[in-house]
Design a protein around this ligand. Sequence first.
Ligand SMILES: N[C@@H](CCC(=O)N[C@@H](CS)C(=O)NCC(=O)O)C(=O)O
Length: 224
Amino acid sequence: MSEKLKLISHKLCPYVQRAVISLTEKGVPFERIDIDLDNKPDWFLKISPLGKVPVLQVGDKVVFESAVILEYLEETQPKPLHPKDPLTRAEHRAWMEFGSAVLADIWGLETATDEAAFNVKVKQATEKFARLELRLVAAPWFDGESFSLVDAVFAPVFRYFDTFDEIGDFGILADKPKIARWRKSLRERPSVVAAVNAEYPALLRAFMKKHRSYLSQLDQRAAA
Ligand SMILES: N[C@@H](CCC(=O)N[C@@H](CS)C(=O)NCC(=O)O)C(=O)O
């Protein structure tokens, strides 16, 4: 019998979550091993060329980069999450890249050091979600009736915003009814629930406090 797959993980990482969603959708047994990214263990640094999660351990080999892990799972595991038609598949891959660009904007919101940089990121993220709203068709999923890897990529993005909302999402997702419907379907999907553990909201809030550079400067100024 082949060895169980191991996914090296961090509890908050959206790139890990997309891999967990794919593994869960496909019904593949795997072991999730959470590590502390502020204090990376030596065994992890030995197997992760970029020092980043996720890493998928397959026997004595490793696959890194979430997009590559997703493609590997498509090639080796049941229940395809990519569409069959090559052109539609290319379009899906492009929107998965777009999902990663959105994550880069979110990271920019966390780390902006002044108001101007922060506002640029709000604007970029708002524009990207407006483009996504134009592309969406019928609910429940990105492509209509079939759950796909684009759904796996965006589910963690929206789970992030679920926590963000409580503090104010700066209008990034406002007035986008198709996104709102898609987001609700994703939030209830069992694989998404499995990927985002119960501690996630509390951990994410703590993470935001630590990293939201410009906003914490504002807080400090208000408190002074
Ligand atoms: N392009 C990578 C991004 C992975 C990534 O940025 N992971 C973050 C956590 S969400 C990480 O491991 N950061 C640790 C570090 O950069 O030191 C992928 O898609 O797998």
